[in-house]
Design a protein around this ligand. Sequence first.
Ligand SMILES: Cc1cc2nc3c(=O)[nH]c(=O)nc-3n(C[C@H](O)[C@H](O)[C@H](O)COP(=O)(O)OP(=O)(O)OC[C@H]3O[C@@H](n4cnc5c(N)ncnc54)[C@H](O)[C@@H]3O)c2cc1C
Length: 324
Amino acid sequence: MSSILTYIAISDGKIKRSSLEVLSRSKAIADANGLDCDAVIIDANASTFTDSVQQYGASKIYVVEDPIFIQHRNTPLLSALSKVMEQSKPNVVAFASTEGTKDILGALAANQNAGVVADVSSFDVTGNGVLAKRPVMAAKIMGNVEVSGDTVLVSVRSGSYDLVESPASAEIINIDFSIEESDLKAKLREIISATGDTIDLNEAESIVAAGRGVKDEEAKNLISELASVLNAGIGASRALTEAGVYDPSLQIGQTGKVVSPQLYIAVGISGAIQHVAGMANSKVIVAINKDGDAPIFEVADYGIVGDLYKVLPPFIEELKKIKG
Ligand SMILES: Cc1cc2nc3c(=O)[nH]c(=O)nc-3n(C[C@H](O)[C@H](O)[C@H](O)COP(=O)(O)OP(=O)(O)OC[C@H]3O[C@@H](n4cnc5c(N)ncnc54)[C@H](O)[C@@H]3O)c2cc1C
């Protein structure tokens, strides 16, 4: 085992925080095991991100810069990652578990004849592979998964690790890359953005999530106000996305998004297993529910038993005072 390569995902002209969390973890593993900690950036403006990536301890940064990467497309990304892997010969390639990663991981593993373990909440290297913890059965059970092989790909849920700066002076390796538009079998015609909240729930540090207890505009406004004070993303239980109260893209849970922010405030959510599957990994969970026996309190760090219409206004006022 001689190197760990971390893929740095760029979205909307910014490095995804979850990639830097994974790089921080890779650096710790590399230091503990005498491995090289490398990174790869693939983007239309990849070279502009090398300074930021150096802050997290990469000793070599592979840069693949081409206008084709203005939008995420699987074929050029797969091709670029394969090229970098063939040149750098890493033993482990670590990714943040983003939608883009999910799209390519299987194909990359097949391409590179690599083992793969996806969507883990922690990982380490062994003598000949990767040992990871992976939430299964709607996160009721944690599986210990060991994958052996010369090359293993691992994708890590956002929020699983803290950011740890470790400034280094990295060697920058520019990789020649070109692909013709005409070689791409799939054409990207349009990206339809999700309506609703603009904060990416996978990257959000705080999330305010609404459940069926949020019954009317007054309650929705309280949720928006709380989210705005905390600069939080807004999520919802399936009860509310199915009812059309919130956009389906905001659903959190087994059939929605899996999130792990620093702070998750569940308002009027009972805590069904399918919902908890999507938020149990949050660092601090606060539940507000008028039913003291609601299962959400079993996973909550802090619980407020009360009517959200009475609890939220003074709660928001206090937060404003603290912030202000
Ligand atoms: C295959 C499958 C997949 C599913 N996937 C998902 C998923 O991805 N995400 C998901 O969320 N669900 C999912 N579900 C649905 C899940 O089982 C629950 O039905 C759903 O999570 C319930 O949403 P809820 O907690 O908002 O509503 P409820 O269970 O109805 O709970 C509402 C809560 O609000 C409280 N409340 C009411 N009024 C107030 C008030 N004024 N103040 C404070 N509290 C109040 C109540 O005490 C109650 O606890 C799935 C179900 C299945 C079968």
